[in-house]
Write a protein that binds this ligand. Structure first.
Ligand code: NAP
Length: 495
């Protein structure tokens, strides 16, 4: 457990002004900003046994960020000491822990406390919250910092329950399972799998990588940052600031590939195909790894070692669909049976089903899952009509495919802080989004999405709602445009 991650809020009944759910990048960011604004009455509840969110949970070998470290950190807490261009899990986790400590928010965090239910009490203007084991919290303001990538998704494959060997998901990696000399099957070739496959390949006796859809993979310009440069960043902060700005614009420019500017997409596709040609000489394997949809439709992946891992003599890419899983093997649709000792799921997360296992009841007893029956939506991804004083960080349609999501978190936190200020200024205790504001925003998002590669690129992805096929996860624009929209809350948008 993190040193000093104790809390002042040990009682089973707590009343606070602001309750934050989750102690990852989002939850910590708003906790820090509240602390800086002089708000003492806030509590962060975190289901895990330590802070860090996704960077605490995901500990698979090779786990790292695919956004450069100097951009994947808080703007108010730049870190001159990043060891690599793309930091690994341990370094990012340490960074988050040091931020929480430095800004004094650790005493406000209650670990191992899972949100179970939150109900809006109209008469009192508070959220009644049930959390952990018998904890009740009354909070005027409820902020979700739960993120989207934390409920593992498992494939539904015939016979899966019969598998007799050890099995685990990339997000719940089991380091006690020895892979040395074993026949290991990995299902999935997404962002997580392409990071751990090269790490485990040399250890396994035989490695089968089951691919359903090939990804677009571009080289990752990763290297260690020399002590000389780290000193420079430390001594001359403006150099670090300029480097971050450079990275920001370099990434921001890429949004064009996603928003329907095909020349940009084709340019990146050429880079990816050159990378594939250079690393995979076998034409059959190369064909199996060549995507047949537009770049950007699914998340673009960055790797320098995934392709070479597949060319190892003990590795095999299996692109035939899985027909059945047996006690000690996997059978593909062509009838081939491969012996398997250990099964690893690199099958991602349940992203488009938000607030799984959480009951959130707003005005008039309406449950959020009912409010979102047609489409998961929130104004600017943050506020939902009928759910007063409730704010979502990294909510619907605010994910990114081209830049650092920490930038979006900071923009949203700024927006939430401006909502709280607006309430204070007007002497109001409650603010509820006007339904027409939400509708106008959703209509705009849907219209803009229709021109993007996510809708027109010819693929299915976790960006899309599994039932409707609509993209409910990504922001259809630039980060700059989002920052502009979220600069401050307008009273006219709220009742
Ligand atoms: P993912 O990108 O959703 O990939 C899941 C993989 O599993 C895909 O290849 C998918 O194939 C496959 N799959 C899913 N269900 C399957 C089934 N029933 N049968 C066969 N294959 C199946 O998941 P992830 O790799 O865990 O990454 C999730 C997200 O986490 C990323 O997109 C990214 O946003 C984030 N992440 C970020 C980093 C980082 O460096 N910042 C690192 C890791 C993860 P299909 O493509 O056919 O669906």
């Amino acid at each position: 457990m993190t040193e000093q991650a104790t809390t002042n809020h040990h009682s089973p009944e707590v009343t606070v002004d602001v309750l934050i759910v989750g102690a990852g990048f989002s939850g910590l960011c708003i906790a820090i900003k509240l602390q800086q604004a002089g708000t003492e009455s806030f509590l962060v509840i975190e289901k895990g046994d330590d802070i860090g969110g996704t960077w605490h949970e995901n500990r698979y070998p090779g786990c790292a960020c695919d956004v450069p470290s100097h951009l994947y950190c808080f703007s108010f807490e730049p870190n001159p000491d990043w060891n690599r261009m793309y930091a690994g899990q341990a370094e990012i986790w340490e960074y988050l822990k040091s931020c929480a400590k430095r800004y004094g928010v650790l005493p406000h965090i209650r670990l191992k406390t899972r949100l179970r239910e939150a109900t809006w009490d109209e008469a009192k203007g508070v959220w009644h919250v049930l959390a952990g084991e018998g904890l009740t919290i009354d909070a005027r303001v409820l902020v979700s910092g739960m993120g989207a990538l934390h409920v593992p998704s498992y494939p539904e494959l015939p016979g899966l329950a019969r598998f007799a060997g050890p099995s685990f998901h990339s997000a719940t990696w089991n380091p006690d399972v020895k892979l040395e000399g074993k026949s290991v099957a990995v299902i999935g070739t997404g962002a997580s799998a392409i990071q751990f496959v090269p790490q485990i390949a040399p250890r396994t006796g035989k490695l089968y990588v089951f691919q359903r859809t090939p990804a677009w993979i571009v080289p990752k310009p990763d290297f260690s940052i020399s002590e000389k440069w780290r000193q420079r960043f430390r001594r001359i902060p403006v150099v670090m600031w300029a480097f971050r700005k450079f990275l920001f614009w370099q990434h921001e420019f890429r949004v064009l590939a996603f928003l329907g500017h095909r020349w940009m997409g084709r340019f990146l596709e050429r880079i990816a195909l050159k990378n594939l040609e250079k690393r995979i000489k076998d034409p059959k394997l190369r064909a199996a790894l060549t995507p047949n949809y537009a770049l950007g439709c699914k998340r673009v992946l960055f790797s320098n070692d995934f392709y070479s891992a597949l060319t190892r003599p003990n590795a095999e890419l299996v692109s035939e669909g899985i027909a059945e899983v047996r006690e000690h093997s996997i059978v593909t649709k062509d009838g081939v049976e491969r012996p398997v000792d250990v099964l690893i799921y690199g099958t991602g997360f349940r992203v488009t089903e938000p607030m799984i296992a959480v009951r959130l009841v707003g005005r008039g007893g309406v449950e959020i899952h009912d409010a979102w029956r047609e489409r998961m939506s929130a104004f600017l991804g943050v506020t939902v009509s009928g759910f007063p004083n409730f704010f979502i960080l990294l909510g619907p349609n605010t994910g990114l495919g081209h830049n650092s999501v920490v930038l979006m978190i900071e923009a949203q936190v700024r927006y939430v802080m401006s909502c709280l200020k607006l309430m204070r200024r007007r002497g109001q205790k409650v603010m509820n989004l006007r339904p027409e504001t939400q509708k106008r925003f959703v209509d705009e998002v849907v219209e803009r999405l229709s021109h993007t590669v996510w809708q027109t690129g010819g693929c299915r992805s976790w960006y899309q709602d599994q039932k409707t096929g609509e993209n409910t996860t990504l922001w259809p624009g630039s980060v700059v445009a989002y920052m502009r929209r979220t600069r401050s809350a307008a009273a006219r948008d709220y009742e």
